[in-house]
Design a protein around this ligand. Structure first.
Ligand code: GLU
Length: 501
């Protein structure tokens, strides 16, 4: 039977050629997991490194699993991370639409074409009919669908269609032989065809399965490198047979190893592992997250093998698939925290202050306390922005502290010594002609010298009285300078009362 090929010729003519084209193809079924973000990043980097095109495609054919708002999270995350796409549902492109639910017609036509070419058939089996589990020995089982539908004559098929019977379209797998495909990370992989199921390509509702839609779209969108998680590795032979069935060129496969929470388990939202949004809410910077995620399964080689800090622009320059590892990567929040601290420290003081201010203001409401100066104390001592409110709350209100805090062996302070130091400090600070950090510093250093004590013997009680805690960002001088004279003196007097003088 002949088939009108005009549609297919027109579709083929639209396929962009020349240059690397990659796609990130998320299903809007939840939030952006760390593994998803890594796939998006690697996909972006492979395209940009080659001066190619990066495409966003939304895979929403599994309507039952869609989660409201998930597509917005994808757009927002990609934009925040700077993973800008050149073609996609929101901006269009030469091979639009880029949302699978809007491409139903195309999949249907290509499924018919595959039937025509002998690599697929209509299957009229009802639920579960014809499904077998084959035992291959050694505990290995495979699902196979075995039925007679693939052998029906054209007349039989027509009669069933006329009777309004519902059907799916299945891929016709060869029973014998092997299929080999190449993956850029995992090398050559060969499977026996007898292990491949006659998988469903088009469901009874006319919607494609992911397994069919991804092949059709990757071909029609001119995708040269298919980057995705290794959970798809076992399906790749089936995809290969689809490409072969259509007579299309197979793209380069880049399957990435899973991101694990520990040696045995993949990261999962269900087990409370953080998504990109969660990490942001926990106070991590986008740049630090991206940098760390880039290194989850990829390592720089050659001259830069020892380096670990990379901006997105630098990654575009140095990223190569040869550096991607086959071994699963373990997500380590400590390591991410380390990156975050590096990024916070490397920022300009003003940028840091801008970022830190809302966190400072969560606990420091008093407008007389200069948030930018508080930020200056924090920058070198902060690993995550969310640590800030608790670190600086004493600026707003002196905590109710125990007088034992004044006793410190190293600083050589007892309650008596502290009383003496606080008394002297109050007089010296009250007498200052002007309240600047330099003046406060000069006055206290001079005072220690006059009293013949180590600086620490004076600074410890002043800091305890000023902050009411032993661990503070900044020392006594910096804290007093920010508090102002009146509040400093008030707090030192309270301290004096506490030590019982
Ligand atoms: N929609 C699939 C997923 O979200 C994409 C797999 C692929 O990139 O081919 O897992």
């Amino acid at each position: 039977m002949s088939m009108d090929m005009t549609y297919f010729e027109e579709m083929e003519a639209k396929i962009p050629t020349g240059g690397v084209r990659t796609r990130f193809a998320p299903s809007p079924t939840g939030y952006m997991h760390v593994g998803n973000l890594r796939t998006a990043l690697y996909t972006y980097l492979i395209a940009r490194h080659a001066g190619g095109t990066f495409i966003l495609r939304i895979e929403d054919t599994d309507q039952g699993r869609l989660v409201e708002g998930a597509t917005d999270v994808i757009y927002k995350t990609m934009a925040e991370c700077g993973l800008t796409h050149d073609e996609g549902p929101d901006i269009g492109g030469p091979v639009a639409p880029y949302i699978q639910s809007q491409r139903r017609d195309t999949y249907k036509k290509y499924a018919e074409l595959l039937i025509h070419r002998g690599h697929a058939y209509r299957c009229f089996c009802k639920d579960g009919e014809g499904d077998h589990v084959n035992d291959l020995g050694d505990g290995l089982t495979v699902k196979r669908h075995i039925c007679g539908c693939g052998l029906l004559t054209q007349e039989d098929i027509q009669a069933r269609l006329d009777a309004g019977e519902s059907y799916v379209i299945r891929q016709r797998m060869p029973f014998e032989g092997t299929t080999t495909f190449h993956d850029a990370i995992y090398g050559d992989i060969t499977v026996k065809n007898e292990q491949l199921e006659d998988q469903i390509l088009l469901k009874t509702d006319g919607l494609p399965t992911y397994n069919f839609a991804n092949v059709i779209d990757d071909h029609l969108m001119g995708i040269t490198h298919v980057v995705r998680g290794s959970e798809y590795l076992s399906s790749a032979p089936k995809y290969n047979l689809l490409y072969e069935g259509f007579g299309w060129q197979v793209p380069t496969y880049v399957h990435c190893s899973p991101v694990m929470r520990d040696q045995h388990n993949k990261m999962s939202k269900r087990h409370g592992d953080p998504s990109y949004e969660d990490l942001k809410a926990q106070g991590f910077l986008t740049e630090a997250i991206l940098n760390y995620v880039a290194l989850l399964g990829w390592s720089p080689r050659g001259d830069i093998a020892e380096e670990e800090v990379f901006s997105l622009e630098e990654l575009v320059k140095v990223f190569d698939t040869a550096g991607i590892s086959k071994s699963p990567a373990i997500f380590d929040i400590e390591k991410l925290t380390h990156f975050n601290a590096l990024y916070l420290r490397a920022m300009g003081a003003e940028d840091f202050a801008k970022l830190a201010e809302p966190y400072i203001r969560q606990s420091v409401k008093n407008p007389a306390i200069d948030a930018a100066r508080v930020a200056g104390l924090l920058q070198a001592r902060c690993e995550k922005l969310t640590e800030i409110p608790e670190k600086v709350d004493f600026f707003d209100a002196l905590p109710d502290y125990e007088r034992d805090l004044f006793v410190n062996k190293k600083a050589k302070t007892t309650l008596e010594v502290s009383a003496e130091m606080l008394n002297a400090a109050i007089s010296a600070l009250e007498a200052l002609p002007e309240w600047t950090e330099e003046r406060v510093h000069g006055a206290l250093i001079n005072l220690a010298e006059q009293l013949g004590v180590k600086n620490a013997t004076l600074m410890w009680p002043v800091r305890i009285a000023a902050a009411g805690k032993t661990v503070t960002p900044g020392g006594a001088v910096e804290i007093c300078a920010i508090l102002g004279r009146e509040e400093t003196v008030r707090r030192l007097r309270l301290g004096l009362e506490k030590v019982g003088a």
